[in-house]
Structures are given as C-alpha cells and as structure tokens.
Design a protein around this ligand. Structure first.
Ligand code: AMP
Length: 414
C-alpha cells in the first residue's frame, strides 16, 4: 500500500459537505460585495515568493516546496495566494479594469510545517483581495466581509484582533526602538528570535515559543510609534468597526508572518479550534503591486483556512441525498430500470442503480448498506402493470405507484 504524503489529507463524504457549504456561502457573499473569482497556477517562479513574502519570513526561509524543473528553473508550490494573484494582476494588466479590482480565490497552498491537528502541509484557503482603495473604509469593509462569512456559517465564537504595523516612514524608528529594547534581554530569547533581532526584529513579536513571551509582553508597542497618517488611518478603521458594531480587540503584538503588510493587520481566531486557533488573517499591503512591477496601487486582503473553518462549521441545510435504490430483477429489466431512474432524476429525485444483477434478497441487503430510505422494485409484474413497487425500508410499508406518482411521493417524503 502506498500512503498519502505526510501532512496531506483526503477529503470525502461526509466532511466534504462542510467544505461545500463554506465555499457556497463564500461565493454568494463575495458576489454581494462585487468580488469575482481568480484562479492562478499552483506553481510559480520561486523568485515571486522571495520578493513578495520576504526571505526572512518562516514561509520563505523554511517552509516552501521548491524544486527544479527539467530545464533547471526554480519553481515553488505556492505557500500563499496573494503573491500569485498580484503577479497575475500585473502580467494580465488587470489593474487597468475597475471590474478586476475585487478578486477572490479558493484553492490549495503548500507549506512544509510540522503537521498537527489544524495544521497541514497541503491546506486550502479562501481569500479576497481589494485593489486600488487606500481608505480605512476598504479595511473596514474587508474585515466585515470575513466576519459576515462567519456569521452566515453560524460560527458565533470568533474574536477579531487588529493592529497597525505602520509604514516605511514610521516603522524603521519603531524597529530600532524594539531592537534596542530586546537586545538588552537577548539572553532570554530563543535562537530564532536572536537571529531575527538582527535581520528583522518585527518578526520577533510573532514568536510563539513560551520562554520568549515575558520579554515580548514588555516590548515597546508599535501603536505608540505610528506616524500621524498611520495613526489616523488606524483610528478610523476602529471607529468604523465600532460604529457598525463589529466587535474587535486591539492586539498590539500582531504583526503577521509576511513582510508585505503595512498599516492595518488583523486576525480572526476562534477558541473552538484549540491550539491552532487562527482562522483568518490579512491586512493592507500597499507596496506589493509596485514591488512586482505593477502600478503602486494600494491593496487589502485576507485569507482563511478551510480545514480549520470546516472543523467548526455546524452542519446546515443539507442538499438532497440519494434516498432511493432501484432494485431490478432479471437481465432484460436492466434497461427499463435505467429509464425509470432517469425519469426520477429528471424530477429531482437522487437515485442509485447498480449495473450488476442481484437477487431480491441481495438487492435489499445492498439498499440497506447504502442506507437509503426507499427501494423501488422493478420486476416483470411491475413493468407489465406500469406500476412500481416502492418499499419504505424504515417502516416496511409498500406502495404501488406510476413513475410520476412515485417521483412526487419521494419529493414530499424525503
Ligand atoms: P496565513 O497565510 O499564514 O496568514 O494563514 C491564513 C489562514 O490560513 C490561517 O488563519 C489558518 O486558518 C490557515 N492556515 C495557515 N497555515 C496553515 C496550515 N499549515 N494548515 C492549515 N491551515 C493553515
């Protein structure tokens, strides 16, 4: 037997139903806000992620699935979606058309992380990208869309945490202040943090290692060092959230794992998830499009983890499931039985029929294993009389119906 790759999962019934529900709710909601879907390739040139995500990030430095193709090009399975979307926007000049300024995506991502519950090496994200709007209103609306999606899925326990990571004007001074404050206590930091202190001190705030936490809690806060523009922007995002009753918690240490963020960053977490409690995250990345050779358009986006969301999405309204099994007796009755099956399906009744011939007894056993509610028996007598024998497998009751009548019966009884 060959096993699946470590950190990957197979998805099938019944879990797949939560995924369908989430995807359908997301597509419907995004359309209400004027978003359209974009699908980009799973693999991109490695350079794209190095340049956009940042080479000091965990993602780029440790977690990418990078390989050489047969011509020696370095390719990477995307570890996140935004870089690919922005690459596509520049390459296809989508920024020239207002209709392309609101994009959403659904698809797999790949990160070489230590697998555990809620953390996989292949995982799936749903996300949105809003291009060309620098206003706090854009941040507010994007956050609201994420919150509204949770509400529509019936997930009550979600906390929105927000912060501002400043901009190239105010961040360097803060970074220096942070470096100085942490340098004095570097002996208390983990090895990764000591390295980050030199290369990218902001990243230290992201560290999850327990022994680093006391130092990080006492570190200077970026909110105290924002320039006037960043501070005003952040205030307005918070005002709008309060005004429109989207509860949030200011989270001064939130910096997020990618280098391209500026100003607002946010996360949604759910206590229902356990250790891996981050459900959705994003923020503003005004410089990214310009960095990838496009116009310097402002942008805001977020992504949520489908595996995690599916874990806590309550079962909702179900689509109809197959509840009818057609049992046919005798080789010459297979084709008439097939015709009956298509007539029922045309009326909207999901039907299972097998190609293999079975005895009455074995057909009933099979219907039982399929867990359907009704069996339709197609024997010679039924065909002659143009009446189907319908058996309710739960109650044992039996009826004789014409096809049309049977269809209405199934539609109203399942
Ligand atoms: P990120 O791109 O790291 O900001 O992640 C956005 C969301 O994707 C997170 O809030 C998680 O829900 C989900 N996510 C990130 N990494 C993984 C992973 N390795 N396995 C499952 N879900 C993940």
């Amino acid at each position: 037997m060959i096993n699946g790759v470590k950190g990957t999962q197979d998805l099938y019934f019944p879990e797949i139903k939560a995924w369908h529900r989430i995807e359908a709710a997301a597509r419907e909601l995004f359309a209400l806000y004027g978003y359209s879907e974009i699908r980009t390739p799973v693999m991109e040139h490695t350079e794209l992620f190095v340049r956009s995500v940042g080479d000091e990030t965990d993602i780029v430095s440790k977690e990418m699935y990078t390989f050489q193709d047969k011509k020696g090009r370095s390719l990477t399975l995307r570890p996140e979606y935004t870089a690919g979307v922005m690459r596509s926007v520049v390459e296809n000049r989508l920024h020239d058309s207002a209709r392309h300024s609101r994009l959403y995506y659904i698809g797999p991502q790949f990160r070489y992380e230590r697998p555990q519950k809620g953390r996989y090496r292949q995982f799936h994200q749903i996300g949105i990208e809003a291009l060309g709007d620098a206003s706090p209103g854009c941040d507010f609306e994007c956050i609201t869309i994420g919150r509204e999606l949770m509400r529509r899925l019936g997930i009550a326990q979600v906390e929105v945490r927000i912060n501002s990571v400043g901009c190239p004007r105010c961040r360097p001074a803060y970074t220096e202040k942070l470096r100085e404050a942490l340098a004095g206590r570097s002996g208390e930091l983990c090895q990764d943090c000591r390295r980050r202190l030199e290369t990218n001190p902001l990243r230290v705030l992201d560290c999850k290692v327990p022994s680093c936490q006391p130092v990080l809690t006492e570190a200077p806060k970026i909110s105290e060092c924002l320039c006037d523009e960043c501070a005003a922007h952040f205030e307005e995002v918070k005002n709008l959230l309060s005004e429109f009753e989207v509860p949030f918690v200011p989270w001064p240490r939130l910096v997020r794992g990618l280098d391209y963020y500026k100003k607002t960053v946010f996360e949604m977490i759910s206590p229902l998830l356990g250790a891996q409690d981050a459900l959705l995250g994003g923020g503003r990345y005004d410089g990214l499009l310009g960095q990838l050779g496009g116009p310097a358009l402002p942008s805001f986006g977020w992504a949520l983890g489908l595996e995690r969301l599916a874990l806590i999405t309550p079962a909702g309204e179900e689509k109809r499931e197959p509840e009818v099994y057609i049992a046919w007796m005798g080789g010459e009755l297979y084709k008439p039985a097939l015709r009956i099956a298509s007539k029922l399906r045309e009326k909207g009744v999901p039907v299972i029929i097998d190609g293999e011939e079975r005895s009455v007894k074995n057909s009933m056993k099979r219907a039982d294993r399929l867990n359907v509610k009704f069996a339709v028996i197609v024997g010679e007598d039924e065909i002659k009389a143009e009446r189907l024998t319908v058996k309710n497998l739960e109650s044992g009751e039996q009826f004789a119906f014409g096809v049309e009548e049977a269809a209405s019966f199934f539609m109203s009884n399942s």
